[in-house]
Write a protein that binds this ligand. Structure first.
Ligand code: GUN
Ligand code: ZN
Length: 439
């Protein structure tokens, strides 16, 4: 028996990269559209009349004027940190010591990890996020808990055990050997099983010895279709510390290159304080950056150079990320808004089409998932968000005066929150139902 479903509403599809061809040429919008889903995949997107005729035996859900788009993709988040979101008064290195490490220590307990993983994923779905690249903790059980919870919900998720063998509390340290062995066992257990993707996860250069970074690079070589995720050049004190710890390296990114931790499938969180050499090397190795705007403002880390890295002649791959709980929200609206505000502070206005692209297709590209998720198009996995464009009285009033698709989407980016998420689908299955007010 095939599972056939049609969702009716306004549809938004990227036909190209808006940074390359401009917003108008990059987007197909149907104001009276429909998405035909069959066996967990998108079979077609188009005018409602045409789709309904072709998919005549399917059940239909009519979302009225709601916007139907690809589920959001968050290419850098920490599920264990969600409960310490909004911790006051510290920048990166102090914040790690004071709040993060104590919070992560609790994940030695598997029940605690299971409860936290389920809560995190349900919060993602409530915000229309259907795929994330997630840091667990140093405990292998924290990865098991996450993939069990992701599998139970049918989600395409990336996750990895944090590798950390120095400059961290005893309870949170592994060794080069145990970190390698445990990561390898987790890859064998989870990677490519169902929709799960393993991400080799050295936390950042200061918490891994050269031997551990080398082991991480060797492991990635053995399993080249896993992801590699780490932090890079987030905070000036961190950058100075890396220079002290690795005096031979040309710069922070050079440390990662030296140990084989650069290339397609490598996702570098933050990447704010980069030298010209690092920018060129990130691009030339085909590595990607996870821009984490709410985290960067919250921790006072710095202002990411979106224009110079992405809206330029030789762009770097960039995805958008919440970085909870350095980041303050699992809302991709809040994340896009912060990306816009940071760009404004640097004299560059991030167009809503470009912000939306980064939060879906851009993050999918960073995770090497292009062609699978991150766009509402035939052949893609049916991970979908349905957005109520009038979710609060103020937004409804603002939308009444919206004079274009971009004006409407921009107003959502600036004003909307999780109340706007009407429904979330994963592989064609309803996994979150939000407000059900009448159209
Ligand atoms: N750098 C190293 N670890 C972390 C972390 O957990 N969060 C953030 N934002 N930066 C880091
Ligand atoms: Zn992070």
């Amino acid at each position: 028996m095939t599972d056939r479903l049609v969702l009716k509403g306004q549809t938004l599809t990227f036909t190209d990269d808006p940074f390359r061809v401009g917003p108008e040429a990059a987007v197909a919008h149907q104001s009276d559209g429909a998405v035909w889903i069959e066996d967990g995949l998108i079979r077609a997107v188009g005018p409602a009349e045409e789709i309904l005729e072709r998919a005549h035996t399917a059940s239909v859900v009519d979302y009225g004027d709601c916007l139907i788009a690809a589920g959001f993709i968050d290419c850098h988040a920490h599920y264990p940190q969600l409960s310490m979101v909004a911790s006051y008064g510290a920048q990166l290195l102090d914040w790690l010591e004071k709040y993060t490490f104590p919070t992560e220590s609790a994940f030695a307990d598997a029940d605690h990890a299971r409860a936290a993983a389920g809560f995190f994923l349900d919060q993602c779905l409530r915000n229309g996020i259907t795929t994330s690249s997630v840091y667990a903790t140093v405990h292998p059980g924290s990865v098991d808990a996450f993939f069990e919870a992701a599998s139970a919900r049918g989600l395409r998720m990336g996750c990895g055990k944090v590798l950390m063998d120095r400059n961290a509390p005893d309870a949170l340290r592994d060794t080069a050997q145990t970190g390698y062995d445990q990561s390898k066992a987790l890859i064998e257990r989870w990677h490519g099983i169902g929709r799960n993707i393993y991400a080799i996860t050295p936390r950042f250069a200061p918490t891994s010895s050269p031997a551990q970074l080398e082991a991480a690079g060797a492991l990635w070589k053995e399993y080249p279709d896993t992801l590699m995720q780490t932090h890079l050049s987030e905070n000036p004190k961190e950058v100075a510390w890396v220079a002290e710890l690795f005096p031979e390296a040309p710069d922070y990114f050079g440390v990662c290159e030296e140990f084989g931790l650069a290339g397609p499938g490598a996702i570098f969180g933050h990447a704010i304080h980069l030298t010209a050499r690092e920018r060129a090397a990130i691009r030339d190795t085909g590595s990607a950056i996870a821009h984490c705007p709410t985290s960067n403002t919250f921790m006072g880390s710095g202002l990411f150079d979106m224009e110079g890295l992405r809206d330029c002649a030789r762009p770097v791959a960039v995805g958008l990320a919440t970085d909870v709980a350095g980041g303050t929200s699992l809302s991709m609206f809040a994340t896009m808004r912060a990306a816009y505000e940071i760009a404004q502070l640097r004299g560059y206005s991030l167009h809503p089409a470009k912000a939306w692209y980064l939060a879906s297709a851009g993050s999918a590209g960073a995770m090497r998932l292009d062609g699978r998720v991150g766009n509402l198009a035939a052949g893609m996995e049916a991970d979908i968000v349905v957005i109520d464009l009038a979710s609060t009285p103020l937004i409804a009033r603002r939308m009444a005066g919206a004079d274009s698709l971009w004006d409407a989407l921009f107003a959502q980016i600036i004003l909307a929150d999780d109340r706007a998420i009407r429904a979330t689908y994963a592989a064609g299955r309803l996994v979150f139902q939000g407000n059900t007010k009448d159209q």
